[in-house]
Write a protein that binds this ligand. Structure first.
Ligand SMILES: NC(=O)c1ccc[n+]([C@@H]2O[C@H](COP(=O)([O-])OP(=O)(O)OC[C@H]3O[C@@H](n4cnc5c(N)ncnc54)[C@H](OP(=O)(O)O)[C@@H]3O)[C@@H](O)[C@H]2O)c1
Length: 204
């Protein structure tokens, strides 16, 4: 799909990869960018439209889908990683929290916005997945399990939304230089590069 002149909604848009997506969208000529955030008052960039959105809140999602009825590109970026090995103490609690955001939040956003995208000509969905959608790092086993599930839902949505012309893209990033990976040593990709490559992928 064409990014220029699109109307996008980015979840978790206040920092990290989500913030980079908002900047990349603006630089690429998006007509409007909604920044889905938990604290709209903290958004300083006048070029974006802040919207209150906690992706674990069905009420927020329903309201935002009505409020942002002109969206033709949904970027499901919001995510949480609690760095729990699968068999560690507290892993079930961590897994539940990660599932709420990384899987159920993403799924409910796709459900709510599928009709919006359809009405706006098909458009697209970008889901921020991970290399741990494809294999498991022991140190964040519960997070990896949620990203595996998010991949399955992304693939399922791609098939289901094909008929309405919605392009569904998964982004399989390694470590990115954000708060989420602050404790990780070694090479990390910049959030700007991840956002730019993902948008390039949408244009293919
Ligand atoms: N960093 C990496 O190494 C890496 C690698 C591969 C994939 N990813 C994925 O990339 C995406 C962005 O990660 P990041 O590195 O930018 O992480 P980050 O710096 O920790 O930022 C996470 C973002 O998600 C938002 N968020 C968390 N829970 C939310 C909720 N319930 N509702 C709405 N927003 C919520 C946060 O908002 P608040 O500021 O309000 O908490 C924040 O904007 C995630 O899906 C992550 O899994 C990251």
């Amino acid at each position: 799909m064409e990014i220029r002149n699109c109307t996008a909604l980015v979840t978790g848009a206040n920092r990290g990869v989500g913030f980079a997506f908002t900047q990349a969208l603006l630089e690429t000529g998006a007509k409007k960018v909604y920044a889905g955030v938990r604290q709209p008052a903290a958004i300083a960039d006048p070029r974006v439209v802040p919207v209150l959105l906690d992706v674990t809140s069905a009420k927020d999602i329903e309201r935002v889908a009505a409020q942002c009825a002109d969206v033709d590109l949904l970027v499901n970026n919001a995510g949480v990683m609690l760095s729990k090995p699968a068999l560690a103490d507290g892993a079930v609690t961590a897994f539940r929290s990660e599932l709420e955001v990384n899987v159920l939040g993403l799924l409910q956003m796709m459900q709510a916005f599928a009709p919006v995208l359809s009405r706006n000509g098909g458009g697209g969905i970008v889901n921020m997945l991970s290399v741990v959608s494809l294999y498991i790092y022991p140190f964040n086993g519960t997070y990896g399990a949620t990203k595996h599930a998010a991949k399955a839902l992304t693939d399922a949505a791609r098939v289901q939304l094909r008929a309405q012309g919605t392009h569904v893209l998964g982004v399989y990033a390694g470590f990115i230089d954000t708060d989420m990976a602050a404790d990780v040593e070694g090479a990390k990709t910049s959030p700007a590069q991840v956002a730019a490559r993902a948008l390039e992928g949408m244009r293919q």
